[in-house]
Structure formats: C-alpha cells, structure tokens
Ligand binder design. Structure first.
Ligand SMILES: [Cu+2]
Length: 304
C-alpha cells in the first residue's frame, strides 16, 4: 500500500535542499559506487551492474536481450551511418566553399538542373532509410511483449514514488521511495537507492505492466533497455529478462512534478532460489501452476 504523508514531506524538504545546491548536484549524482547495497539477506553482496559511473559515456552495461539489440542498433548501424553522412556532407561543403567561391570561380555556371544528380540524391537517402527501418521495426516488436512470460510485475507511478505488485506470487505489494541523503547507508547511492528495492529473478521472462495513478510517469531502466510511459487509465506492456545478478538503477523519465527527480527505481536481480526465498519472506508464495497458466490468470488484460 502507498505510504502517505511523511514520505512526501521528507522528499519535498529534500528537494528544496537540492535546489539550493544544484550546481554540485549534477557532478555528484553520477558518483560511481563499487560496493553492494545492504538489503535483505537474499540481495546482499550483489554487484553494482546498472549504475552511472564518473565520466561515463555511452550505454550502461547491457543486461537484457532487448538492450543487446539496442546497443547493436545504435553502435553498429546508426553511428556508422551518421558518421559517414556527416563526413560526406562536410566534405561537399568544403569543396563548394573552396572550388566555387567568388575568387576561385568569378564566372559562375548558369546550370540549374541535373536530372541524374537529383535522382541519385533522392534515391540514396531513401535506400539508407529502408535499410534502417528493417532492424528498427524488429526491435520495436521485440520490445513490445514476450510471448512466454514466466511472471508479471505490475508497476504503478505515483507523485512521487513507485508502487509494485507481484500478482503471480501471492499479491506481494509495496511502495518504493528514494532514501533521503541524510539516511543513506554505506553502499547506497545518492538519489538512486530506494527503501524497498524491486527484487526479481534472473533468466526469467518478466512481463512488465506499467501504469500511473495521478500524472504521466515513465519507468526507465537503462541497463535493461526499458523506458515505458506510465499513463493514468492505461496499461502499457513491455518485458525484460535480466541476465546478470546485480543491482540496477533507473529513474522516472517523464517530467511529473516537483519531485520528478526523486523517484528512482532500484532492482535487485537475484538467482531464482534467492527470489523464492524473498517471496516467502514477503508472505507471498511461488506459483504452483505452470508458468503459462499463471500468467494468463494474472494478467488477462495484457492479451487484448
Ligand atoms: Cu514520475
């Protein structure tokens, strides 16, 4: 159940504190931490996998099938296309500036059309776009949903925290608030650690059903390649399969109000055995039915 009152007050006070020192904020947010977050026994000693690093550039380490494809799409397809296009256009510009300036070319040609040239400079970009669109659509459909979800995680955005439900595991539910700076324990990351991390099993196809209670939010996990809008009155679906045990961080990625920057997401990806233990400790129970049947029961709306 969502907590009321005190949590929101704390984060509001926290916000004014941060606003006063916003210059230091940007640099400090990305401090890298190499040690594990203290949490329940099942999630102790987890390596920090999806966490921002000092001077980080590019993507966080990829830890899901969708993210692998995204990294390939960006690094091996888009970047080469962009680089070659930019260099080619820059060379054309330089050539025109040098060869055809008023001094070098005092009597300009009156030519206005060249059918072959115009045909080529229309067709070549079209071919490039068609080449890009094929893997792009494949990626969209890959991220859309998993055909064989083994469990479901319901995610709900609130102003300003996240609520989680495990419908396949005895309806475990909890809210997840950012830990204020003054309460940080060793190993916790400022602005990213939460009081109740989401615990998920590795090597499991997890259906993510995302919605919001009040305004638009967006549930984004860089290392998993997930960024899905949380829309009031609408259930958005995506999925993930975490490949590495570890701690992963994400943030709300839709401007949702004063404390938008202070509703992080923390996932502890653990072995299936550790996950079962955690479920038991939360008072839930592991599904007895086949995974497929459990999923159909738990999320009937997702199939429509
Ligand atoms: Cu939000």
């Amino acid at each position: 159940m969502p907590r009321n009152g005190s949590g929101i007050m704390t984060t509001t006070r926290l916000f004014s504190f941060f606003a006063r020192r916003s210059h230091a904020l940007a640099a400090a947010v990305f401090g890298a931490l190499a040690f594990a977050a203290p949490a329940a026994a099942e999630t102790a000693d987890l390596p920090m996998v999806g966490v921002p690093k000092n001077w980080g550039i590019g993507f966080q380490p990829s830890a899901s099938p969708v993210k692998h494809e995204m990294v390939w799409f960006h690094n091996d397809l888009l970047m080469p296309v962009i680089t070659v296009t930019t260099i080619f256009v820059m060379m054309l510009l330089l050539y025109v500036m040098i060869r055809f300036n008023a001094k070098a070319n005092p009597k300009p040609s009156k030519t206005t059309h060249n059918t072959l040239l115009e045909f080529v400079w229309t067709l070549v970009p079209v071919i490039i776009l068609v080449i890009i669109v094929v893997p792009s659509l494949k990626l969209l459909y890959l991220a859309d949903k998993t055909a064989d979800a083994e469990m479901t995680l319901n995610i709900k955005g609130y102003q300003w925290y996240w609520g989680y439900e495990y419908p396949d595991h005895g309806d475990i539910e909890f809210s997840s608030y950012m830990i204020p700076e003054k309460d940080l324990q060793e190993g916790q990351v400022r602005l990213l650690s939460t009081d109740n991390p989401v615990v998920l099993p590795v090597d499991t196809n997890i259906r993510l059903l995302i919605t919001a209670n009040d305004v638009l939010h967006s549930w984004a996990m860089p290392a998993l390649g997930v960024k899905m809008d949380a829309v009031p009155g609408r259930m958005n679906e995506t999925w993930t399969r975490i490949e590495k045990e570890g701690v992963y961080f994400g943030q709300c990625s839709e401007i949702c109000g004063t404390n938008h920057a202070f509703m992080p997401i923390e996932i502890h990806a653990v072995s299936k055995e550790a996950f079962a233990k955690w479920v038991e400790k939360q008072g839930g129970k592991m599904p007895e039915k086949t995974a497929e049947a459990a999923v159909t029961d738990a999320a009937p709306t997702a199939e429509n």
